[in-house]
Design a protein around this ligand. Structure first.
Ligand code: GLP
Length: 243
């Protein structure tokens, strides 16, 4: 694994974007794994800045992408539905075709079937580079503590910690959905490369447990120790409890 500690969010965003950009320049038809959340906002801003312009710019035209997860129970037009978040933050601002980005279908009549079908689509496509954030409780995507390392895409209950943390994106804590469809840890580990971005002291314990601690399903991100190509991109506060 590689651990990069950047001085600030500009440096971390640049470092994570560099990995994605490298993959895309080498393989214009790359399959990207996209995360949502504050940790990766800056990465998307960097990628947007690199895109277009004078013809030497980065192009997403041949790429496709899969989202990590989606809330269950929101209206499809809700601005916090992850499909709408990623459209506003990335898809509409680069030359990535809308139809080239898929997310779990949290509006399907049969959610379990939709999750299984999505998992198979991700597996068949094969993700070249997966962007990740991390929850304060060590979750990746919506794999909460206790999730099995070989878990696949499925419907999950969100922990109270996660619902509280994500309340900042909603009008009131009660508006945060209680369930989601998430790629499993096993699904995520199949990506060829992983880049995890974390900022702030509230992530420091989760980062230390994930990198220095034992691999345990109590800390879902510790599963990344089992992956051969992970880059951890941290700011000094998130790295502050690392051995
Ligand atoms: C959310 C998402 C995760 C994200 C994490 C951290 O619940 N499902 O994919 O990585 O929480 O979010 P943030 O980057 O906003 O701190």
């Amino acid at each position: 694994m590689t651990v990069f500690v950047g001085a600030d969010e500009t440096e971390t965003a640049r470092a994570a974007a560099d990995v994605v950009e490298g993959v895309l320049r080498e393989s214009p038809s790359a399959v990207l794994g996209l995360a949502t959340g504050a940790s990766v906002d800056g990465v998307y801003r960097e990628l947007i800045a690199e895109c277009g312009g004078d013809g030497t710019g980065l192009s997403f035209a041949g790429a496709s992408a899969f989202l990590l997860d989606e809330y269950v129970g929101l209206d499809a037009s809700h601005p916090q539905a992850y499909r709408n978040v990623i459209r506003a933050e990335l898809i509409d601002r680069v030359d990535l075709a809308d139809g080239a980005v898929r997310g779990p279908d949290a509006w399907a009549p049969d959610l379990d079937a939709a999750a299984a079908e999505y998992d198979e689509a991700v597996r068949v496509a094969g993700v070249d580079v997966q962007l990740l954030g991390i929850g304060r409780n060590g979750h990746i995507a919506f794999n909460e503590p206790g999730a099995a390392f070989d878990s696949r895409t499925r419907v999950v209950d969100l922990s109270e910690t996660t619902r509280r943390d994500n309340a900042r994106f909603f009008g009131s804590p009660d508006d945060v959905p209680r369930r989601a469809i998430t790629q499993g840890i096993g699904t995520i580990l199949a990506a060829r490369r992983v880049v995890l971005v974390a900022h702030g002291k509230e992530k420091a314990d989760a980062i230390a447990a994930a990198i220095d601690g034992p691999t345990t399903c109590d800390v879902p991100a510790s599963a990344l120790q089992l992956h051969t190509r992970v880059t951890w991109v941290l700011d000094p506060a998130a790295a502050s409890r690392l051995a």
